[in-house]
Write a protein that binds this ligand. Structure first.
Ligand code: SF4
Length: 331
């Protein structure tokens, strides 16, 4: 059994959970361009869908399993590792999913972990985990010195990599990606052949993670690794270090600055009583419907507000203020 073996060492030393969204990470920055309304609902008013869909929950449970595996290899384990066992954490995470799907998904994640630990058993000897789902941040002034709109220099961009590990002199960032039936080889059920020019050839999340981690941990950060797996049998795995494209890497910090500027433009719109713009081309994407589609499908604005209040969870005002206050470094 992984986790839950002792009491917490230091409650201040880490987050209370091995998962969670990054404060102003790549997803948030991309959201403001995708649909201002979606961005505002999620990151300005902090509405969160209170139902999880099956594919997303399956992926989250696999993430949690791997987090516990690598935390078990750390010499000083994070507090969340001791607070709950892996089984307790999975039960808590899947609570909103009705049975029998809940038990099926938990079993799937634990079976996946079983095979993962066999396939990557040598990780115990060759790889030294350093950080598991820890938040890193850098200011725009650090990432993009001398860029336009210097009033944004103290704004933070953040990332929360799944795993940061060391092998020999190098530090690597690793991210888990789990694939459902629609994204595997239909004949074999295994992962499709890795394509060097595929979806990770230019990847926003990868660029932001590398920029921030190199600022925080220095030039020993060698690169970014994608760890793929399947969310159903046959459990299949591969692990690929990415080739980082030079021009996108050099330009990504400026893009981040432009996106933060766009965030402030949307905030100012809202504060002047205007509505953030909707983008209906974004309501159904590669990973399914937008979380707010049910609200946007309302017959009128009153119903929309009622649906937001009843079908979504919202952070309380104190939490919203706390989250917003962390977006900038105060000098
Ligand atoms: S459903 Fe469409 S319009 Fe509504 S918030 Fe989502 S992406 Fe924007």
């Amino acid at each position: 059994m992984l986790g839950g073996e002792a009491t917490s060492l230091d409650p201040e030393a880490g987050e209370d959970s091995p998962s969670g969204a990054s404060l102003r990470g790549s997803h948030r920055l991309a959201a403001v361009e995708t649909c201002e309304r979606m961005w505002a609902l999620r990151y300005y008013w902090y509405f969160r869908g209170n139902k999880d869909n099956e594919w997303r929950l399956g992926g989250s449970l696999i993430h949690t399993c791997y987090q516990y595996y690598y935390a078990s290899l750390l010499p000083v384990k994070p507090p969340w590792y001791f607070e709950k066992t892996l089984q307790e954490r999975l039960a808590e995470q899947s609570l909103a999913m009705p049975e029998p799907k809940r038990s099926e998904l938990v079993k799937m994640a634990l079976t996946n972990l079983h095979y993962y630990m066999q396939v990557y058993s040598t990780d115990r000897e060759i790889l030294r985990p350093l950080h598991i789902e820890e938040e890193f941040a850098a200011t725009l002034g650090e990432l993009d010195p001398g860029g336009p709109w210097p009033e944004l220099d103290n704004d933070l961009v953040t990332c929360r990599p799944d795993l940061v590990y060391e092998i020999g002199p190098w530090i690597w960032i690793l991210d888990y990606k789990s694939h459902g039936r629609s994204r595997v080889n239909p004949k074999t059920g295994r992962l499709t052949r890795w394509k060097e020019d595929g979806e990770y050839a230019i990847n926003w999340q990868v660029l932001i993670n590398l920029l921030i981690l190199r600022k925080r941990l220095g030039p020993r950060v060698r690169g970014f690794v994608i760890q793929r797996t399947t969310r159903q049998e046959p459990y299949d795995f591969d692990r690929t270090p990415l080739t980082i494209p030079q021009i996108p890497y050099e330009e990504a910090a400026r893009t981040a600055r432009e996106l933060v500027r766009h965030e402030y433009q949307v905030m100012s719109k809202i504060e002047q009583g205007e509505r953030p713009s909707a983008r209906y081309h974004a309501c159904y994407g590669r990973f399914g419907p937008c979380d707010y589609r049910y609200a946007c499908l309302s017959p009128d604005r009153e119903t929309m507000q009622k649906r937001l209040n009843s079908e979504y969870n919202r952070a309380n005002d104190a939490e919203v203020t706390r989250l917003k206050s962390r977006l900038r470094v105060v000098q």
